[in-house]
Design a protein around this ligand. Structure first.
Ligand code: CAA
Ligand code: NAD
Length: 284
């Protein structure tokens, strides 16, 4: 394959990291967001992380400049027409994702693979709004993307072998490991992780322990790098709630009922680290 162009949609914490790792792996990358201020924040964040890599002597100044030159920031979704691969990383909402996939199906070449970074939503349902469901696939990166080595690859009902094999080999070019999941709510990762986070929130909600103590138990007692409530803030409480709702509706099992405290925090606009407040308070 020649040099490939990747179009990343959504420049939040995930999209920004995804664009960075593709540019580091020699792809030409466009990063798109409808919000210009978020695009600017993503540019600053990527440049800061790349400077850090130069300081730590992981890359040279020349390599840093080349990576930056491979990245373009755009508020025009129409720029996706140049893409060989699109990776969508907007809010975890089926209606928003369907609307974007409908547009992408019109804008891009029929050969372009359309991947979604969804944490939990049905790939098969997202694919259904396109005329190329065989070219739609889940490519689920973990946060923080430049650090975490896993990519969960999810085949929708109609995803074809060539699309699947291409995404597995693209994952290798990013120096990450692909693990394949069937298209079930929350796939492997969030079917296991999110009920633990939800249970940690119930533990606080029911007054069993404080936020700090729940996190300390899981850090010191189970050797988790972050306590589950710190991790929930890091992921985004809105995203955690959306995922729990997908599990609850998808499996129809009360064991996935989102904790009312999680729902209330999201209603208050406490979306975790990215909004400055969640279970903890953060400096901007
Ligand atoms: N972006 C990029 N790099 C970051 C980063 C970020 N947001 N946060 C930390 N890093 C880098 C640091 O720069 C540092 O790199 P250096 O080698 O250059 O120093 C390295 O990661 C380690 O960071 P720190 O020393 O500051 O802190 P740490 O040792 O506590 O590690 C952590 C930070 C890697 C985030 C670690 O706490 C961790 O692994 N936490 C758990 C993360 C996790 O569970 N992620 C999965 C979330 S679930 C998900 O993603 C799926 C979903 O659908 C919701
Ligand atoms: P985020 O809130 O940080 O960013 C979402 C971005 O999408 C925002 O910048 C927003 O402006 C943009 N956006 C929304 N609608 C758009 C549209 N119509 N067109 C263009 N841009 C639009 O969210 P995030 O944490 O980066 O999550 C993004 C996706 O990645 C979600 O599907 C989430 O479930 C998934 N994900 C999140 C994590 C995590 O830990 N946060 C991990 C893996 C996967």
């Amino acid at each position: 394959m020649g040099k490939q162009t990747v179009f990343v949609i959504g420049a939040g914490q995930m999209g920004s990291g995804i664009a960075q790792v593709f540019a580091q792996a020699d792809y030409d990358v466009y990063l798109h967001d409808k919000d210009g201020a978020i695009l600017e924040r993503a540019r600053n964040s990527i440049e800061r992380l790349l400077y850090r890599s130069v300081e730590k002597e992981r890359i040279t100044e020349e390599e840093r400049n080349a990576i930056v030159n491979r990245l373009q920031f755009t508020s025009q979704i129409e720029d996706a027409k140049a893409a060989d691969l699109v990776v969508e990383a907007v809010v975890e909402n089926m209606d928003v994702k369907k609307e974007i996939f409908k547009q992408l199906d019109e804008i891009t070449s029929p050969y372009t693979i359309l991947a979604t970074n969804t944490s939990s939503l049905s790939i098969t349902e997202i694919a259904s709004v396109t005329k190329r469901p065989e070219k739609v696939i889940g490519m689920h990166f973990m946060n923080p993307v430049p650090v975490m080595e896993l990519v969960e690859v999810i085949r929708g009902l109609q995803t074809d072998d060539i699309t699947y094999e291409t995404i597995v080999s693209v994952t290798k070019t990013l120096y990450k490991t692909a693990v394949t999941s069937k298209d079930f709510p929350g796939f492997i990762s969030n079917r296991i992780l999110m009920p633990m986070i939800n249970e940690a929130i119930y533990t606080v909600y029911e007054g069993v322990a404080t936020i700090e103590d729940v996190d300390t138990v899981m850090k010191l007692g189970m050797n988790h790098p972050m306590g589950p409530l710190t991790l929930a803030d890091f992921i985004g409480l809105d995203t955690c709630l959306y995922i729990m709702e997908v599990l609850y509706e998808g499996f129809g099992d009360s064991k996935y009922r989102p904790c009312p405290l999680l729902r209330q925090y999201v209603q208050a606009g406490w979306h975790g680290k990215k909004s400055g407040k969640g279970f903890y308070t953060y400096e901007s």
